[in-house]
Every structure is written in C-alpha cells, then in structure tokens.
Design a protein around this ligand. Structure first.
Ligand SMILES: C[S@@+](CC[C@H](N)C(=O)[O-])C[C@H]1O[C@@H](n2cnc3c(N)ncnc32)[C@H](O)[C@@H]1O
Length: 298
C-alpha cells in the first residue's frame, strides 16, 4: 500500500505531479501513473468502502433525494425502457457492490461481474455462494422490487434470480486494450449486449485522456449497437478506499463525459445529473454530483 506523504498517499502525490504543469493534459498518462494507481488500490478495503457509501444517509430508502435510490431509479428506468436487451450483461469494475445489476438481472439471461481486485471479487463470490457479505443487500433488493411493482417481500426471489444469472466474476483492468484475461470465454464473439459501469473509470484514471482511453478499451467488450449504462462522479478529486486512504479521482464535468463518450464511438441517448445535497457530503470524498449516461455503441 502506498505510504502517507503530507496527508496524501505517495501514489496520489505522484499522480498530482503527473497532472502538473510539465505535462499537457492531452498527452497520454504514463505507464508509471497507471501503475501508481494500481498500487494505490492495494489498500482498498471493501467493508469500509461499503460502509462509507452504501449506508444512510447515502442509502436512505425513505428519502427520494438520497443518492442510492437515485441511482437505482436511473438503472430501473434504463433496463425497463425496452431497448436495452439481449443475453449477456457485463458490469465493469463491480467493486464489492451488487446494486448496479439488480434491475439488469431481470432482463439479461447472463450477468458477468468484474473487478481489478481479488478482495472485491471474493466479496461478491461470498454473497453469491451463501448471502454472506459485509453489507446486507436486502433493503436494496426490496427497493428495486418496489420499483418493479413487486412486493418488497419478493426480495428473496430477486436474490435467487441474481444468483442464477451471474455466470462469472472475472478480473479486469480497464487500462489494457483487452481488459479481460486472454483465456476468458465468458463473452460472445461479437461482444456483450450491454455494459454497466459505476464509479470505476474516473476512479482509476489519472486524467481525462486516460478516462477516455479506458472507455475505448471497455467498448471492445460490447457488440455494435449494444448499450453502455455509465454512472460516475462529477467534480470529484479523491475518495476514501479505506480509512485514511485517499484514492485520486479525475474530476469530470458533464461536457467532458459527453465528449469522452462521443470520442470513444458512443451515441449519447440520455444524460441525467444528480447534485449532492449538503448532508450527503459525509467526508468520505469530495464528490459534487453524479451523472447517469445511457449510450449506444455506433
Ligand atoms: C469507486 S470503486 C466502484 C465500485 C462499484 N462499481 C460502485 O459502484 O461502488 C472503483 C472500482 O474500480 C476497481 N479498479 C481499480 N483499478 C481498476 C482497473 N485498472 N480496472 C478496472 N477496475 C479497477 C476497484 O477495485 C474498485 O472496485
């Protein structure tokens, strides 16, 4: 794990230098900057991350302006509009979370989860095996059941559905032109029918150019005309991946997200923005807002 240096991790300081005056933002991030990011992630603590981001007030199901209900509602709408369909859904950079596939698992016959870190893949595998997890996903399952017009008591059926359709939990590195391991046969030859990715690309990229390139890399996993549902942070420069571990994030604005999608061969179909209410700023990051983008691969 990277050490502390003036309240920042060394990886964070190194990345700040990478973003400094001597380097133009359009130049590719160096392999050293990407490696510093990978090193930084070695200190990621799934249980702490879940506690920081997926409990109240950020996951308050009684409040319509809470961030998690907003995300679940965006995903529910996208997966029920009728045009996002097919057989295989891939979640890029799942982390230790499952909320992002709770709607998609009803539409797709096969769901592939992915993450860079083994600790996160283990967290997901535990839940898939026996429901054990650092976070109780029941309120999430109940909330999405309600969005679908079902009774909250049907959450155990939804959990069973999710377990039955997740076929793989794979390692991934979005900075590689082929992000999945070469021997993986989980995807159809032409690519998946849909990708979902939440808070991954901007949280692992040293600058906007790296974010855009990562978008291009994950596009290679998607078939032409397939959909990308992308959720991410706006105006964020760091988040806590563990107590005291500030993971640098490339601060994005809406225009940059749109330009990166266009530049990576996507047609933007919808962009929604959520602004964080003051009481959701709980000291675990400096995020200003969240975007939800629905895009189609050209
Ligand atoms: C901010 S978390 C997002 C987790 C989850 N998707 C969510 O919505 O909360 C960023 C995730 O990116 C993963 N990650 C780190 N480096 C990566 C890389 N090079 N390629 C793909 N994922 C990476 C981390 O392990 C972590 O799970």
């Amino acid at each position: 794990m990277a050490g502390e240096k003036d309240g920042k991790t060394e990886a964070s300081a190194e990345l700040s230098e990478e973003r400094g005056e001597t380097r133009k933002s359009e130049e590719p991030a160096s392999e050293e900057a990407l490696e510093a990011m990978r090193v930084c992630y070695q200190g990621f603590d799934p249980a702490a991350y879940l506690q920081f981001n997926y409990t109240p007030p950020r996951a308050d199901f009684q409040r319509a302006d809470s961030i998690v209900p907003w995300k679940l509602t965006c995903l529910h709408r996208a997966f029920t509009e009728g045009d996002v369909r097919g057989e295989v859904l891939v979640d890029v950079g799942s982390g230790p979370t499952l909320y992002q596939v709770l709607s998609g698992c009803e539409v797709f016959g096969r769901v592939v989860l992915t993450d860079f870190l083994e600790v996160n893949r283990c967290e997901l595998q535990h839940w898939l095996a026996d429901g054990s997890s650092s976070l109780d996903w029941t309120p999430y399952l109940e909330y999405v059941c309600q969005l679908e017009g079902r009774q909250p008591s049907e959450s155990s059926e939804k959990a069973a559905r999710l377990r039955s359709v997740v076929s793989d939990v794979l390692p991934i590195d979005v900075h590689r032109s082929c992000p999945l391991p070469p021997d993986v046969v989980a995807l159809p030859t032409g690519g998946a029918d849909c990708l979902v990715s939440c808070f991954c690309l901007e949280s692992v990229s040293p600058d906007v150019a790296a974010f855009t390139r990562a978008l291009g890399h994950i596009s290679s996993l998607l078939r032409p005309a397939g959909h990308l549902l992308l959720i991410g942070a706006l105006g964020e420069s760091y988040y806590l991946g563990a107590p005291g571990l500030r993971i640098p994030v490339v601060p994005l604005d809406e225009a940059q997200v749109c330009a990166s999608l266009r530049g990576s061969g996507f047609q933007l179909q919808q962009l929604s923005v959520y602004t964080l209410p003051a009481d959701m700023r709980v000291g675990v990051d400096d995020v200003a807002g969240v975007f939800f983008a629905k895009a189609r691969k050209l």
